[in-house]
Design a protein around this ligand. Structure first.
Ligand code: ATP
Length: 261
């Protein structure tokens, strides 16, 4: 694997919000088109890791690169679904408006949507099954529908890297099935990083995975992910199921109590 095919690279990363780091010694390399699942306990650092990828958080130590650039410079290539997006209910924004924000560049200058942006917006709404609600105010949506619009916003960017923080949260069973199919259809073309507690759904569809618990531990078969640099004779990208176990909650617990190696 050459440098050009590397989408995400974290090397010797330590990150957090205060004196004690949340994440330490994180090395992780992801090839273009791979679908990486992050699982782990509450507070383990999944959102923190995603924040590093999208440039919301800078590492205390180490480097983070997206397509060879610092994340802030690569922002135009990243679509991000945050876990906790605050939407002002008083702000008169339609479903289409919010989705279209995914097309805007990261700048404070006023911008107009170009005609060429419209198909991407319409396509993103169709992909999340909200085309019929395009003209509805966001304030009139259910929690799950709002989540799906935010996913549409991330998709509308037509990103090289899609970063999703618990996309399954609050959505119904049909929408979850839809989401699984969507992620499978993007795999191989778009690099995907998803933090999820949906081990049997989303995480089982990933091509590789790590448990995040103040460090990262690759799932069996995903060893290539940890430790840069990556070499040409690495095994090909393939589906890597989450470790076996019994009930999903037990599996989650087993993983969440495992320490980084
Ligand atoms: N903005 C912040 N300021 C201070 N501490 C924070 C902040 N965001 C997260 N933390 C702390 O960092 C740690 C990791 O949080 P993070 O949200 O990354 O975990 P997570 O694995 O995504 O958890 P969950 O599964 O609950 O979403 C937690 O102890 C949390 O309290």
């Amino acid at each position: 694997m050459g440098r050009a095919s590397i989408a995400v690279s974290l090397s010797g990363v330590r990150a957090g919000y205060g004196a004690a780091p949340v994440l330490s010694e994180v090395d992780l390399t992801l090839e273009r088109g791979e679908f990486l699942a992050l699982i782990g306990p509450n507070g383990g650092g999944k959102s923190t890791l995603l924040g590093l990828l999208v440039g919301l958080l800078r590492p205390i130590r180490g480097t983070v690169e997206i397509h060879g650039q610092p994340p802030r410079r690569a922002r135009g290539r990243i679509g991000y679904l945050p876990q906790d997006a605050r939407l002002d209910p008083e702000f008169p924004l339609t479903v289409r408006d919010l989705t279209a924000m995914g097309r805007l560049r990261a700048t404070w200058l006023p911008q107009r949507l170009r005609a060429a942006d419209r198909p991407a917006v319409t396509g993103a709404l169709e992909r999340v099954g909200l085309a019929e609600l395009a003209a509805r105010p966001v304030s009139a949506l259910s929690t799950g529908q709002r989540r799906r619009v935010l996913l549409a916003r991330a998709l509308a960017a037509e990103p090289d890297l899609l970063v999703l923080d618990e996309p399954e949260a609050g959505i119904d069973a049909d929408s979850a099935q839809h989401l699984h199919r969507l992620l499978s259809s993007l795999t191989g073309r778009t690099t995907i990083v998803v933090a999820s507690h949906d081990i049997d759904g989303i995480a089982s569809r990933a091509t590789c995975g790590v448990t995040v618990d103040h460090g990262v531990t690759p799932w069996p078969g995903s060893g290539r992910l940890v430790g840069a640099p990556v070499h040409h004779d690495d095994p090909p990208v393939g589906h890597v199921p989450p470790p076996d176990g019994t009930a999903a909650s037990e599996r989650e617990h087993a993983r969440s109590t495992r320490r980084p190696v």
